[in-house]
Design a protein around this ligand. Structure first.
Ligand SMILES: *[C@@H]1O[C@H](CO)[C@@H](O)[C@H](O)[C@H]1NC(C)=O
Length: 385
């Protein structure tokens, strides 16, 4: 993504607001956390699925930033990576990563691609779920507590005990609960399931709060109807698409999920004494990017950079990014585009690094969250490459 004049101007405006202060009704987010604990799906998986032994990820995954597949479903960094960077913390290691001496001093990532909030079933993409990630967190915390009691030997690799109360608990999960259901259920049925999904989410948050978590950072779910994968399957009939060519019913479900998630955050704010709960409107940021992509320096809003099939979507479920498959008797490969910075979408399901950078810089304006945090903008994202 080219650093557009608009983007530079925006950052300057934000800086000025930050310097001037005086904004009312803003949270005092100081972004000074000793550690972060992340829970989620592929949107924030930094290597969990690969570490857990699922199918390896081929090039060109990781090619833009890491030089080779990094366990992230993108050509480079994810939103969680840019957020960690902005908070001056190292990238999160996956909880399941057992080789290469992963360092958990500044936190752990429990996110796993394919995870849903509701428990996995025999047909789930992943056997892991939010509830299991919470259990893994408690197992981690218990082990850390034991190791710390054994002296200083491990202190360089694991969080201190007070990091569990001072750390930031980040969440980006729910997309798979909705997207998965659309394959076999009606829109009404999907929408009717949302309270049950969120009850499960609430249970997880409550158990974390009861164990001392106080800083919650909750991403809502994105416009899944704008993913090439869903457009390819559910948008064949143009009447199913909205004005920016996203599948209307998927986005409607996402918006209802987000309304209820937002209400849950408000409710929990009243119940979790001494806690900060920040709700981030990822949906609006992503939808604006897709609707007004050219303003932000992009050329393709809903065409996969890495895929097969060509425009308009360049997505074919039979040939995933980086793989070679036989289609009608011919061997074909889903290759990457020549310049991923022109694309919002990476592989038909996930976003490019350029899009993730844009989304994170929007998050950090503090204007897309409840409560907003425009008064304390302590950092600028580092230049990209
Ligand atoms: C796109 O830009 C137009 C013109 O500024 C604006 O009216 C519209 O709300 C934007 N769309 C989204 C989804 O942000």
């Amino acid at each position: 993504m080219r650093p557009t004049p608009a983007a530079v101007a925006l950052l300057l405006v934000v800086l000025c607001l930050g310097g001037g202060g005086g904004r009312e009704a803003s949270a005092s987010s100081d972004f000074d956390y000793p550690a972060a604990f992340n829970f989620g799906d592929s949107n924030s998986d930094t290597g969990g699925r690969i570490a857990a032994g699922f199918e390896p990820m081929p090039p060109p995954y990781g090619s833009t930033f890491f030089g080779s597949p990094s366990g992230r479903f993108s050509d480079g960094r994810l939103i969680v990576d840019f957020l960690m960077d902005a908070m001056d913390m190292p990238f999160l290691n996956s909880y399941l990563d057992s080789v290469g001496a992963p360092n958990f001093l500044a936190g752990v990532n429990f996110a796993q691609a394919g995870c849903s909030i509701t428990p996995a079933t025999a047909t789930s993409v992943s056997p892991f779920s939010f509830g299991l990630q919470i259990k893994q967190f408690f197992a981690f915390k218990e082990k850390v507590t034991k190791l710390l009691s054994k002296g200083d030997r491990y202190r360089r690799y694991i969080p201190q005990l007070d990091y569990f109360s001072k750390g930031l608990y980040m969440f980006d999960i729910g997309q798979n609960d909705l997207a998965g259901q659309f394959y076999s259920k009606t829109e009404d049925q999907v929408i009717a399931s949302i309270p049950t999904i969120l009850l499960e989410f609430e249970t997880g948050l409550k158990s974390l709060y009861e164990q001392g978590a106080r800083k919650f950072w909750i991403h809502n779910t994105g416009p899944l109807g704008c993913l090439p994968q869903n457009i390819a399957l559910f948008g064949k009939d143009p009447s199913q698409l909205d004005e920016v060519h996203c599948v209307t019913k998927h986005n409607r479900a996402a918006k209802i999920f987000n309304l209820q998630l937002h209400a849950l955050c408000t409710k929990l704010r009243g119940q979790f004494a001494g806690a900060d709960i920040t709700y981030i409107d990822i949906y609006s940021i992503k939808y604006s990017l897709i609707a007004n992509y050219s303003r932000y320096g992009f050329e393709n809003p809903t065409q996969a950079c890495c895929g097969y099939g060509g425009p308009p979507l360049n997505y074919d479920g039979r040939v995933p990014c980086g793989q070679t498959k036989s289609v009608n008797g011919n061997l074909v490969t889903a290759k990457g585009c020549s310049d991923s910075t022109e694309y919002v979408n990476w592989d038909g399901i996930h976003y490019t690094e350029a899009a993730n950078f844009h989304i994170t810089s929007q998050i950090l304006t503090g204007r897309h969250s409840d409560p907003p945090f425009v008064d304390k903008m302590p950092f600028l994202l580092k230049p990209r490459f």
